[in-house]
Design a protein around this ligand. Structure first.
Ligand SMILES: *Cc1c(COP(=O)(O)O)cnc(C)c1O
Length: 396
């Protein structure tokens, strides 16, 4: 049975333009903008750079851009930014030291999706594998392991944030028959610690484990280590199979994003398994944000390698400045080599909430990304010192 309705609007070539915002709604947005501006200036507790201005991309807000599918394959939907996405991927491949032609990648919605991607490939390669991750691993990983239905073992962490390698070794030794899928932290969220890929691989060799997968979670440090003189091992040349980096952390972006890179041969296995549905469905999401590749591409074009290096140097110098200021007040602050995460004793809830900081047990941290100024550090340190001094009765 079919019903024929009489449309009340006759079809024409005229498309109704989107109505303007009602005045009250426009006022609310304006007030919100003011609030955001205030918050952005003091953001020091989370690793999101704020020194960007992508308002030149405004004209693209009028189009239904969508990067559905594999950026390196043809897509029927051509309103995409694949050509920019491919260049962004190439930039990350170069700086994460991928051997020419042997890796593949795409722009993700952030570090979490990149971690999901890496562990997904690891699990596809070794369906019976066990995921090993340290207790300092980002909270997303425990969730990812559940989503994948993978078996996992949490490895103890050292107080400074690195993996407890003895615990890893003993655990691997007990289950030499099961291929390990190892999550290595290239900059832990709380301490900025880098797990030693050389030590991890030496242990695998020592135990004669030849079937293994290593994923590197390089959310923040993956875009800092390429710009320092003496980086810890962190990229494909250090033997990892996949890497996740966030785009909105060190580089900075108005929309969260990231890049996932992986050894192509492993990606091909996953791609092949869905070829029967007629497309190269290599990404986690179907429809993907097409503005993110433009944002990252513009940032790369505008800063260039030298600009990104300057930003990294400035951030590290600011981290040293913060450590020194804390110590002037008798507070034992510290940072890892090549890290912009400054760790100090938890100053209490008042400072934590005023400065939007992430506490963990007895510690807190600030992250001195390029938008952070000396005067912001000064203010924070003074306020934290007051609270810490008061709680200790003024000693130290
Ligand atoms: C921030 C972070 C993540 C998560 O990244 P998102 O971009 O927020 O999804 C994962 N791992 C580490 C180490 C992080 O610092």
């Amino acid at each position: 049975m079919s019903v024929t309705e009489t449309p009340t609007i006759a079809p024409t070539d005229a498309v109704e333009p989107m109505p303007p915002l009602p005045p009250e709604a426009a006022e609310r947005l304006e007030a919100f903008l003011q609030r955001v501006q205030g918050i952005a200036e003091t953001l020091i507790g989370y690793p999101c750079s704020q020194d960007f201005d992508h308002t030149n991309l405004q004209p693209f807000l009028r189009y239904a851009l969508n990067n559905v599918g594999d950026p390196f394959a043809d897509s029927i939907y051509r309103e995409n930014t694949f050509e920019f996405e491919r260049e962004v991927v190439a930039f990350f491949q170069k700086h994460l030291r991928a051997p020419e032609g042997l890796t593949w990648g795409y722009v993700t919605s952030g570090g979490t999706e990149g971690n999901l991607y890496g562990l997904y490939l690891g699990r596809e390669l070794f369906p019976d594998g066990v995921v090993y991750y340290s207790e300092h691993t980002h909270y997303s990983v425990a969730k990812i392991v559940r989503v994948l239905g993978a078996r996992s073992i949490m490895i103890r962490g050292r107080p400074d944030g690195e993996m407890d390698y003895d615990d890893l070794y003993e655990t691997l030794k007990l289950r030499r028959d099961v291929p390990p899928i190892i999550m290595a932290n290239i900059g832990t969220t709380m301490h900025g610690a880098v797990d030693d890929l050389r030590t991890i691989r030496a242990m695998l060799a020592d135990l004669a484990i030849t079937r293994y997968y290593i994923h590197a979670d390089a959310a923040l440090s993956g875009m800092i280590l390429p710009w320092v003189e003496d980086p810890q091992p962190f990229g494909f040349d250090a033997g990892v199979d996949s890497v996740a980096v966030s785009g909105h952390k060190f580089i900075g972006s108005p929309i969260p994003c990231g890049v996932a890179l992986a050894v192509r041969r492993n990606v091909d296995r996953v791609a092949r398994s869905v070829e029967y549905v007629g497309c190269m469905d290599t990404t986690i999401a179907g429809s993907r944000n097409a503005l993110n590749p433009l944002i990252l591409w513009c940032a790369i074009q505008r800063w260039g390698e030298e600009g990104l290096r300057r930003r990294a140097q400035r951030s590290l110098a600011m981290a040293d400045y913060a450590v020194a200021r804390f110590r002037d007040h008798g507070i034992k602050a510290w940072r890892h080599r090549n890290s912009v995460t400054v760790v100090f004793p938890n100053p209490g809830m008042e400072i934590i909430s005023r400065w939007q900081m992430a506490p963990q047990r007895g510690i807190a941290h600030i992250i001195t990304l390029p938008h952070v100024t000396q005067s912001t550090v000064d203010r924070l340190v003074e306020q934290a010192a007051e609270c810490l001094g008061a709680s200790k009765g003024g000693e130290e």
